[in-house]
Design a protein around this ligand. Structure first.
Ligand SMILES: *Cc1c(COP(=O)(O)O)cnc(C)c1O
Length: 450
């Protein structure tokens, strides 16, 4: 399968697209055309997750051998329970798809465990080292580190804003005990950390000399890995055009819900979606009004959705414009120059959108606990806010509630715990605190003996 850039001036094989992450023209890789899965759905019913995943990805990863693909997948999901994404029924027609059973207890593990395996395969086949560099506001950094822990010789450099991520999130980054994990706490904001990472990748000689690759939210392997749990759930619930199922997705960067929506374009019938946002409702507002207008971030109780520039929106635009990259570039330019993009056609009849502020998040956590004895984390609470009675629905639970104990305790007076987080509390935090300057971060990278 060939992958093309949303901006039209680059293409790559699956392997190249995964290793390069971003296209050379600054765009995002998308599969040139999507396969029709409808002839395969019947024989896939009841398949174990890893086998289903291997069958699905074989349509895309055409330059990875079937054996290598299967072993990447079975290693990626070895630390998950079976099935990795359990579907829990809460009531008549109301299900929760639990995506928080991976090593860092958030849905990003589904993608980053697999991406780590693809990086490992690359190290193995090329004999060249590969180190990761990224900035995180919480969940992505820890999921990336844990995806890379077992990859031979690979170092992880993860920047985050000192004192501005949750305590347990910092512990997931800084208590691994691995000498190949380098937590760099910069005295500044997440945007400062992100800007330093961009500057370092701008110095091509430096990033090549240190074999650095970017971990970020836009790798195509992440999106494709996320398609699989929607497919698995759809095979269990058997939605039809006459009897659809709505997946309600806590949304920030638009990567999760985009993956489900793509499956609909691959011939899986009866899929509907709801973009469930927190107070940062840029994407939700777009699907309501057709106007995309990013503003400034409002910090919320669901921090992993505190995003105004939804990077995967560019992929949606590419499909919206039927692969016309000129129109994608025009839309991006409108956003850059005028701060707004307005769609001129009906946006997407299969995507609904809702918004939930902090008061709503607290109220939903309390209500769901009262009505269903189910503890939802603050991100998942935004999705519960969107449930409509009488509509077959799947709420995507994106994080384990124990990651956000304060909010849960306030709303329910119970104290959620998880053994892997409890274990971290006894371990030393090992990090370097640095000024928010590119020189200091470069020096920290150079200091590591690889
Ligand atoms: C990243 C994240 C989200 C948002 O997912 P997107 O793909 O960015 O829309 C939601 N919930 C949790 C817990 C997350 O970590």
């Amino acid at each position: 399968m060939n992958f093309v850039s949303t901006r039209g001036r680059d293409s790559a094989s699956f392997n190249e697209a995964v290793i390069r992450g971003l296209a050379a023209d600054g765009g995002l890789f998308v599969p040139e055309r999507l396969p029709d899965l409808s002839p395969h759905l019947k024989r896939w019913r009841g398949k174990p997750y890893v086998e289903l995943a291997a069958d699905f990805l074989s349509f895309f990863a055409t330059d990875v051998s079937a054996g290598a693909l299967y072993s990447c997948l079975s290693r990626a999901y070895a630390a998950f329970p079976v099935p990795p994404a359990p579907l829990v029924q809460l009531g008549d027609g109301l299900h929760v798809l639990e995506l928080f059973h991976g090593p860092t207890l958030a849905f990003k593990d589904f993608a980053l465990q697999l991406l780590g395996q693809f990086y490992g395969l690359h190290i193995h086949t090329t004999g060249r080292p590969l180190n990761i560099l990224g900035a995180t506001s919480g969940d992505t950094g820890s999921a990336a580190i844990h995806g890379m822990l077992e990859q031979p010789g690979a170092h992880s450099f993860i920047l985050y804003p000192e004192g501005r991520i949750a305590e347990l999130q910092e512990r997931q980054i800084a208590c691994t005990g691995s000498p190949r994990v380098h937590p760099l706490a910069v005295r500044g904001s997440f945007d400062d950390a992100q800007a330093i990472v961009k500057q370092i990748f701008g110095d091509v000689a430096f990033s090549a000399a240190h074999s650095l690759t970017a971990v970020n939210s836009i790798n195509i392997a992440r999106i494709l890995a996320q398609c699989i749990y929607y497919l698995d759930a759809a095979l269990k619930l058997n939605p039809l055009e006459s009897d659809p199922v709505e997946f309600i997705v806590p949304t920030g960067n638009f990567g999760n819900v985009l993956a489900g929506w793509m499956l609909g374009k691959m011939g899986v019938p009866g899929l509907r979606f709801c973009v469930a946002s927190n107070a940062n409702a840029v994407v939700a507002e777009f699907f309501r009004s057709g106007v995309y207008r990013p503003g400034t971030v409002t910090p919320s109780l669901a921090p992993s959705m505190d995003i105004q520039q939804a990077s995967n929106f560019e992929r949606w635009l590419w499909w919206h414009f039927n692969g016309d990259s000129v129109r994608v570039c025009e839309a991006l330019e409108a956003i850059r120059n005028r701060g707004v993009f307005s769609a001129d056609t009906v946006v997407s009849p299969d995507i609904r959108a809702t918004t939930c502020d902090d008061a709503g998040i607290r109220a939903q956590i309390a209500r769901v606990y009262r009505e269903h004895s189910y503890v939802a984390d603050p991100h998942t609470a935004c999705a519960f806010a969107a449930v409509r009675p009488g509509v077959r629905s799947v709420v995507l639970a994106t994080a384990h509630p124990a990651k956000f104990p304060d909010t849960i305790q306030e709303a329910t007076s119970i104290n959620p715990v998880h053994p892997s987080l409890e274990a971290l509390k006894g371990r030393p935090v090992v990090k370097q605190v640095l000024p928010a300057e590119v020189g200091a971060v470069r020096a920290a990278i150079e200091a590591v003996q690889k």
